[in-house]
Structures are given as C-alpha cells and as structure tokens.
Design a protein around this ligand. Sequence first.
Ligand SMILES: [Zn+2]
Length: 232
Amino acid sequence: MCTSGGGTNERLSAEGELPDHHRPRGGSRWLTTKLTITLAIAVAAAILPASFSPQSASAYELCGWVGQSWVCGARWNSHSASWHDNTGWTGSKQTAVSSAGAKWNAVPDTFSLTYDSSPYGPYQATVGLANLDVLGIPYPGATWTYTAPGDRYNINGAQSLLNSTWTWNTTGYFNVSTKSADVLTVILHEMGHWMFLNHPCATQPGAVMCSQPVAKWNLTNDDIQGMQALYY
Ligand SMILES: [Zn+2]
C-alpha cells in the first residue's frame, strides 16, 4: 500500500477515531493499524542490546507488529535524525510543525531531532501532506518508520503524512465527523512514532502519544519518560 526503499522493513502507525472499534489491547476508542510490508522473523530478546530496559518506561509499549511478530526494542541506533517539513504550509501551520520538532528535541535525552532547512535533503525524517483516504487510512495522520535491511531493530528513517482530505487548524479544534484536526497535536503525536514511541492509552490517556481528538500541545512526563527509556 505504500512504498519504501528496497529491502527495508516498514511499519505504519495510523490512528483515528471510529465509533465501533477498539484497540485490541487497550481501552482507547482510537483504532490503531499497524501494517508491515516486509516480513522478517526474529527473536527480539536475541538482538536487543544488553542495556535496553523497557521496564523503565512501563507506560509505553515500546513494541509493535513486524509481520507476524510482536517486536519490542526497535529504535534509532544513531540517536539523531535530520528532518524536513514538506507540507508547503506557511504561517501558523508551518510554525506548528516546526514547534512539534522543537518540543521533541527539547526532551532531555540523547536523541537529537535537527531540522534541515535545505530543500534538497536527504532527510532522515519528513512531514508531508497526502491523501491518506486512497491508501485506506481514514485518519488525520499516519507514520511509517523504516529499518535497515536485515536489521529491523535499527530504525534509519521515518515519514509522517497528514491527511490532505482533512481541514487543518492551529486552534486546537477537532471534529472527527467533519474531518477537522489541529496541526500541532497530530504532528507532535506522529513524530513520537519516529522514535518508536507507541500508544500508552491504557495507563496514560493524557499523554501526547495516546491519540485522542483533543488538543495536546505539550509533552507529558510519560512522553518524556518514554524517550528517556529508549535514548538515554
Ligand atoms: Zn499513533
């Protein structure tokens, strides 16, 4: 349903509110879809670095589906990523996208999220606009993360797309039925998936990383602790 570099693993996080669906393991009304293009089977425990301690961020799943396997421990080994805004937005919407990157970069950890203003790239992560409806994704945003061939625990790229069929604002307004969404809330959430943070709705419904159609403009302690668990 979407393309990536040859041989790379790809996983998708998309979210939106649907009235009759629930996440399989949580209480959120947001439907979570995780798709993986490339199947690759391995045992997580055999590959995780010894220093990895997911229990230190218990509010986070820190895991996701890769093919038929539930994988825990994927992350960037580089602890840094360059990113670029491809939305073409100006004014307050552009400011909101920029602000989202700055907020994640300000988390005291060892991960740097650096904006690359060059129009040419290459960038390791991007934010763009696309019609997600035609991809079968009826949500305001979706994120793909990419891993190196043969090393699906080593994220080396990410892409977030905001749905161009939605009406975007910077006032915090959400209306799922009329497909209206707030830029900062959605992209702040999607960027969290770049670093492989997941949805802590079962225990932390107020976190940015729990998708809800309400304005969430600031990272919570739980969002920050998730980053620190992965990148300290
Ligand atoms: Zn999400």
